[in-house]
Structures are given as structure tokens and as C-alpha cells.
Ligand binder design. Structure first.
Ligand code: GTP
Ligand code: ZN
Length: 368
């Protein structure tokens, strides 16, 4: 097991992060890079982002980092051949302190929860409204993992042409989860795509309604967002709509394109292009193969911290309170009782019910 997987992780403070680096200031000439892909010990980095010198560089880890995991989203320092030329290989010598870490669950082949993405701001839970049916247990668990990591949650509901989003909105909006909805563009394309789908050709080039895609883009702008979703929910369709020509821009060997299936199970960061095609306005990290996120390490207090009002109300809870519905003397029940009027009470009740449902999913069996 890599030691850093279990190194203590300090949540970034809402009042600014403490930038400190433990490493000695060697390699003063090192350049800063952003890890966009990892493939068998080779790291794809973007250097000089947003400048005329911006380039994609392939790198390996320096020997002193042999036992340290470098993941997509990491901010690193590199030395050596940083030209990005053909056959060039740079060396990663430092990893910046992470502001967040998102872990995938342990599974049969690997008993450890591993970090899959570092420094992400937001988790985008992509869920189809039908085909396949939405599973709130999975959404709840993903939300808990995100809140524990100090990330925001965006619920992206796809296939709105097939079913209404009202019910899911009602479940998650009380939590303060942002909800966006996508659906296919109307027109001749739809018939062609349906025929291709019926013939089993995939992934298809289904075109999403441009306004619905813009709405998603508005929520991603300027942030690092991790996209998580089960197979078939339309995640590839969405990524292709958000990042046309992703392969060309990022130069990955294992990224997502409109023409092939995922060939890798590793995460990859794709840059959201600006409308004029210059530079980027945020990153979307696709996580093929990640089915659910790790919850074993989750601390209730971390999750609670994501909800300011509940966090404040819970200061009167008994020591070690689980804050769940069956918790004796939980101050959150008192908070409801103390509502100044009926409307506030209804709002608080919905919020607490959502919070408790999400929190309870932590201990529910996987695959709920
Ligand atoms: N009706 C409908 N179908 C959609 C929509 N978006 C995507 N699809 C279809 O849903 C199926 C799955 O879409 P993908 O984009 O391949 O889904 P995915 O989540 O990437 O799944 P994997 O490729 O298995 O990881 C395809 O047949 C799409 O054409 C939508 O908004 N409405
Ligand atoms: Zn409590």
C-alpha cells in the first residue's frame, strides 16, 4: 500500500488554504504542471496553462517519489526535458499539497480505497432519469463522499426526454444540491440516433439540446469537476457535447472520444474549451471504471460541515451524536421544533430529512 493513501488529509479551510510544502527547495528551476492523465507510470501534464508556451508534457516520477501516488488533478513541479517534444520525458519532483482528495471504493481486486482525483472542486453525479432507472442510494453515497472531501455536488439528470426530473429535484434541492437537466436536441438527428441505438451501434453521436448543455457548462466554468456515473447514463454523450475534440486538445492516449469506448479505467482531465476555442475555462475529469466512491474513511463531522445551518444547530448535540433519526437528544430535532413559523419548519424538515437520508447511506450496503 502506498503510504500517502492513508496520510492524514487536512480539509482545506473555508477561510483560505495554508500553502506549505514539506519538501526542501531543491530544483529551483522546476516548472509547474497540472496532471491530466496517468497511464502505466507515465503522467500527462499541462504546462504553462493559458500562456503562449502552453504545452502537453509527458513525465515520470523522480525516484524520491517512488512511493508517492500522483493522480489526475495533482499540481506538480517538473524538471528535465519539459519541451513536450516527441520522445521527451520530464521528471516530477514535487507534488503540491492537495485541497481535496476523492477516493474510489475498495473492491475485490484491490482492498484499499485509492485516491482517484486530487484538487477537484465539485462532484458531478450524472444520473439518467430513465434507462437506466435512477438509484438514489448511489446518488446519496456519492454526495456523502463529495461532502466529506470538501467538494460541492452538482446533480446532472440526463434523458429528460424520457422522464420528469421533479421527484429527484424534490429529494436533493433541500440539501442545496445544484440540479441541471439535459435532453436530446429535437430534429432529424433523433431518428438516426434511435435507429443506430436499436442496431446496437455505440456510442452514438446523439446530439444534446444546446441550451441544456450550456446550462451544464455554466455550472462547470472555472472549476475542476469530476464526472461520475454508471454505464449507460449518457456520460460520454455529455462529455462529447462539453468537450468536442477532447483528444486533440489534451493529447491523451486514453481519453474519451466520440468514436471509441473507454479503453482505460483511469481518470482523465479534459479541458472545457472557451467558445472562441482559445484556452480553457475549467476542467472536467472523467472517471471511467469508477463505480462508486470510498466511504470507509468518511467522518460525519466533515459531512455536516458542508451544511452551515445544520452544523450550527448541531453544536448542542451530545458528544458522539450520529445526527441520524434514531439519535437520542440530537439537537437537529430541537432545531426543527424551534422553527419560528410553519414555512421555516417545512423547509427545515425537508432539509433534515434529506441530510439524514444521505448520511444514512454511508452505512447502507453498496449498490443500494
Ligand atoms: N433518450 C435519450 N438517450 C440518451 C440521452 N443521452 C444519451 N442517450 C443514450 O444513452 C445511451 C448511453 O449513452 P452513453 O453516452 O454511451 O452513456 P455512458 O454513460 O457514457 O455509458 P458508457 O459508455 O457505458 O460508460 C446511448 O444509447 C445514448 O444514445 C438522452 O438525453 N436521451
Ligand atoms: Zn445530532
Amino acid at each position: 500500500m502506498a503510504r500517502d493513501e492513508y496520510a492524514r488529509f487536512d480539509r482545506p479551510s473555508k477561510h483560505g488554504s495554508r500553502a506549505r510544502t514539506k519538501q526542501r527547495p531543491e530544483h529551483a528551476d522546476a516548472l509547474a504542471g497540472f496532471v491530466t492523465g496517468v497511464d502505466r507510470g507515465r503522467y500527462t501534464l499541462l504546462l504553462a496553462e493559458g500562456t503562449a508556451d502552453e504545452r502537453v508534457v509527458l513525465a515520470m516520477k523522480a525516484r524520491e517519489l517512488a512511493r508517492t501516488r500522483v493522480v489526475v488533478g495533482d499540481r506538480v513541479d517538473v524538471v528535465g526535458d519539459t519541451t513536450g517534444g516527441k520522445d521527451s520525458l520530464a521528471r516530477i519532483v514535487r507534488i503540491a499539497e492537495r485541497t481535496s482528495v476523492l477516493r474510489r471504493t475498495a473492491d475485490d481486486t484491490d482492498p484499499y480505497e485509492r485516491i482517484v482525483v486530487a484538487n477537484a472542486d465539485q462532484l458531478v453525479i450524472v444520473t439518467a432519469l430513465a434507462q437506466p432507472e435512477p438509484r438514489t442510494g448511489m446518488i446519496d453515497r456519492a454526495a456523502v463522499a463529495a461532502y466529506d472531501a470538501g467538494m460541492d455536488v452538482l446533480l446532472c439528470l440526463t434523458k429528460a426526454d424520457l422522464a420528469s426530473a421533479d421527484e429527484l429535484r424534490g429529494l436533493y434541492e433541500p440539501l442545496g444540491v445544484q440540479v441541471v437537466v439535459t435532453w436530446p436536441a429535437a430534429g432529424a438527428d433523433a431518428a438516426r440516433v434511435d435507429a443506430a441505438d436499436a442496431a446496437g451501434a455505440r456510442p452514438t453521436g446523439r446530439t444534446l439540446d444546446p441550451a441544456s448543455v450550456e446550462d451544464v457548462r455554466d455550472h462547470l466554468r472555472g472549476r475542476v469537476s469530476v464526472l461520475l456515473g454508471h454505464s449507460g447514463v449518457g456520460k460520454s454523450t455529455l462529455v462529447n457535447a462539453l468537450v468536442p475534440g477532447a483528444r486533440r486538445v489534451t493529447g491523451h492516449v486514453n481519453d474519451v472520444t466520440g468514436r471509441g469506448r473507454h479503453t482505460s479505467t483511469s481518470a482523465v482531465a479534459l479541458r472545457l474549451p472557451r467558445p472562441d476555442g482559445t484556452g480553457g475555462e475549467g476542467w472536467v475529469v472523467d472517471t471511467p471504471g469508477v463505480r462508486s466512491l470510498g466511504l470507509a474513511h468518511v467522518q460525519v463531522e466533515h459531512v455536516l460541515a458542508a451544511f452551515e445551518d445544520l452544523d450550527e444547530a448541531a453544536t448542542d448535540c451530545p458528544r458522539g451524536c450520529t445526527h441520524l433519526a434514531d439519535a437520542p437528544d440530537c439537537a437537529l430535532d430541537e432545531w426543527i421544533a424551534a422553527s419560528p413559523d410553519d414555512e421555516t419548519r417545512a423547509t427545515r424538515e425537508a432539509r433534515l430529512a434529506s441530510f439524514r437520508r444521505v448520511l444514512a447511506s454511508r452505512t447502507a450496503s453498496v449498490g443500494a
